[in-house]
Design a protein around this ligand. Sequence first.
Ligand SMILES: NC(=O)c1ccc[n+]([C@@H]2O[C@H](COP(=O)([O-])OP(=O)(O)OC[C@H]3O[C@@H](n4cnc5c(N)ncnc54)[C@H](O)[C@@H]3O)[C@@H](O)[C@H]2O)c1
Length: 324
Amino acid sequence: MYKIENILITGGAGYIGSHIAERLVKKKNIIILDNLITGHKRLINKKAKFINGDIKDKRKLIKIIKDNNIDSIIHLAAFLNVRESEKNKKKYFKNNINGTLNLIHACKNSTVKNIIFSSSCSVYGNVKGPVNEKKRLNPQNYYAYTKLKSEEIIKKFSKKYRYRYGILRYFNVAGASPSGKIGEIEASHGHLIKNIAIQSLKSKPVISIYGNDYSTKDGTCIRDYIHVSDLVDIHIKTLNYVNTKSKSLVLNCGYGKGYSVLDIIKIFKETNKNLIVKYKSRRIGDVDKVYADVKKIKSILRWKPKYNNIRKIIKSSIKWESFL
Ligand SMILES: NC(=O)c1ccc[n+]([C@@H]2O[C@H](COP(=O)([O-])OP(=O)(O)OC[C@H]3O[C@@H](n4cnc5c(N)ncnc54)[C@H](O)[C@@H]3O)[C@@H](O)[C@H]2O)c1
């Protein structure tokens, strides 16, 4: 067990990374590395040390790790637009796969002992019931493939470079910090609850449903939504676990309940009856249904969600949008 003091957060100027920094900065030295491509200056925690840089720059990474005596890395930096990943595989290969490989190689002969990685439920592809961590991985789009490859890279070098890892497969992340200071700014990722929050401010809100012929109860895609604040807890607990137990692990991060796109829209309509729904054709790379089996995370981390109420999650995203 090592005392965790200096944590590097790649992608710490993004939506999820900024929430992790907000919590950790109270007790640890936080170094944020971000190229601000989808990150935002406004989300950078003032008490953290910010470095404007890219995970593709290995020399810089080696220097950052050395100069700051980094003992743990939380690696979130990635591109995450599924549609774009299908159109521009090279861009996603370079950034997500090669970027991760660079970061891992920069840990060779270094002080880094723990790596926490932001993976995604998309590595599973389409699933029938709740999915557990042992399920064979079957990515259905290029973004998901980059997450699978990154997981493999992190696992492959862990013994050689002597670090433990926590691979966290996030389901769909939504909501904003209770502090009211940070939330999701970037609108380019095409996330449903973010889109609803944007529309909530308009006098004639319109929301598009991409495909209503999926094999689900109402024909629209089913996802498991997790509040970003609960996800932050998971990171802190995982980091403590891998550090104190000297063990690596892979965990699903969701609530274990699936909501269809129509379910979410119906909830929004309870407070905003003006919403116009437009049906469009399916988007490339979307799967019918994916929601988590959360037995492992609950038993290993003794994690109990605090914000698992879909109405509150939507409300929190809408409240944040009106601050923006
Ligand atoms: N938001 C979700 O629902 C969700 C679900 C599953 C997994 N994830 C994963 O979580 C992580 C964070 O996602 P987010 O929602 O906060 O998105 P985000 O776009 O807000 O954050 C990603 C951050 O990484 C930075 N970045 C990208 N490439 C970089 C590079 N080469 N070098 C340095 N910085 C770089 C961006 O500028 C941005 O600040 C991503 O790895 C994503 O794949 C997110």
